[in-house]
Each structure stands twice: as structure tokens, then as C-alpha cells.
Design a protein around this ligand. Sequence first.
Ligand code: MN
Length: 327
Amino acid sequence: MNDFENIADLINSNSNFVIASHENPDEDAIGSTIALGLALEQLNKNVYLYNETGVPAALKFLPKSKKIHKNIKNIPFEPDAVVIADCTDSLRVGKVFDRYLHDLSVIKITIDHHFTKKTKPQYSIVDQQAPSTGFLIYKLLKKLEIDITKDIAVNIYATIVGDTGSFAYSNTTSETFIIASELLKYGVNPYEISKNIYENESLKKIKLLGKVLNTLELSHGGRVATVLVSREMFKITDTTKQHTEGLVNYPRSIKGVELAVLMRQEEDELKDENWKISLRSKNDINVALIAQSFGGGGHRSAAGCSIKGDLSKAREKLVSEIEKAIK
Ligand SMILES: [Mn+2]
């Protein structure tokens, strides 16, 4: 039995499901959660969709996004199984969820496409080559013979657009286009979705972008580009960490840059100094390995982690790992 058949069997033979994805969610996290949730409802399952951050304002256009709860208490049933989508580690879902899962004896299903050195969980569909987790979920829904409604199709399509940078990144394959084309037949309007994802920025995010670009520094002979986001910038522009989504792509877009870094100062002033690091690469640099050396993770060309310490210490630690990676 392959992984898809195995997970389809588990779904068919159980009734009550919690579906969750990582905190600070992107299109793939939210779209995957909703698409799988709608499919399981079609099979008359009880589902509870969860995201610890909730649905960011920019993703509220996704059909049925209101079905996602931010609260893990008061689930109206005892779950038989928990599905974690677009990450493998329950701690990536969030601290509250991790604690919740700790005391629970349920089947744990993982559907993911991130790079990991850990062994594959027992009940899982994990494919690093997949363009998005939603793409894997679409194949699972086909196996389950789900009627692909327009709402399901839009959510799946958004996962692919988001994670392939509009069919541009190296994870875009011939099968990506085949499935995208199928999704269009179920009623997806590509421009509607692109408009919602790419042409719907708030003015304050663009003002934040201006401040962030002012911090741009090139190093390592122009191969590494770094930008900073400080708490002060959030204050001045009335923005939050959600508004930093995608900003790291600007330094990556510079000619000759192979590794782009965004360092974000944690918002909470009571905490010790802590930097959230986003890494993006071109060519063959595996940034997931850099992130993993600080306890983070991600994909070969897009990853993230946290580093404690003041800016100069955090930078020093990061640069030493970057130097190993870009050799
Ligand atoms: Mn993803």
C-alpha cells in the first residue's frame, strides 16, 4: 500500500478529525487546512480546523476561511485523528497545540513537503519534491474520490501559487501545471487569486518595505544580502510581523545575490533579545541546513529559524553558518 492509500484508509475508517497547520500561516498552510476540511465534511466526518495564529487578514479571501478556529479548547467531539499539514513538528503548529497533543492519544497524520533530516512519521505523506502541501492533499482527495468543488479547488490552487511564487520557483514541475490546469476546470479564476495574493497590499506594508530596504547590506562579495526589521519600524509604520511576509524576496531579487537574509527583532520587549531569521537562496545553497543548525527548518531554498542574542552576536552566529553553506 502506498502512503496515499494508507492515509485514505485511515480517513475512511475514522470519524473525528482535528486538522492543523503551522503558526504564522501562509497560503499553503491555510489552503491545505480548508481544502482537507471541506473534503472530510463531504465524507460526513466531524472536523475541527485549527490555526494558532488564526487566518491572517491577507488570506481571508480564501473560501470558507472562517471555518478555521484559533482556540483549541471546546472541540465539540473527541478526536480519533489529528492531521498536521505543511509541517511535521507539532511545536511548529504552536505551543498551545503541542501541549494539547501531548496529553492526547490519537492517530497522528502528517502531510508535508518540507526538508527534514528526521525519519518519516508512521502515518504520513511527505514528499520534498511536491510544490505545495495542498498539491499532496489534492492527490489524496482524488484517492478518496472527493467531489472537487470550486471552494476546494480555489484553496488548493492558492497553495500552489503561494509556494511556487506563481509557478516560478524550482519546485514547479510539469505535474504542477497539469494539476493547476485541472483546478481551472473546477472553476478557479487565476487572476482573481493573483489579485488577492499580490495586488492587495496595505499602504503600511509598503511603508514598512521602504524602511526595511534602507537597511540592505551586501556581503561575501555580493553573494549574501541582509535586511533588518526592528520593533521601532513596526511602531512607526503601525505594522506587525505579519506585514514582513514576502519582504525577504526583495534582497533575493538582486543580481549576483545567492542568499537573502531577513532578520526580524522580536516584538515582545519583555523577552530576551531574539531574532527571527528568514533565509532564501538561489542556485544550490541549502538554507534548510542553516536553519536546522539553529533549531529551525524549511525547504532547500526557503527556511527560517530563531537566534538569541543582541544583533551583533546573532549576526556573528548566523554568518559562521552561512559561510559553511556557501563554500
Ligand atoms: Mn508549504
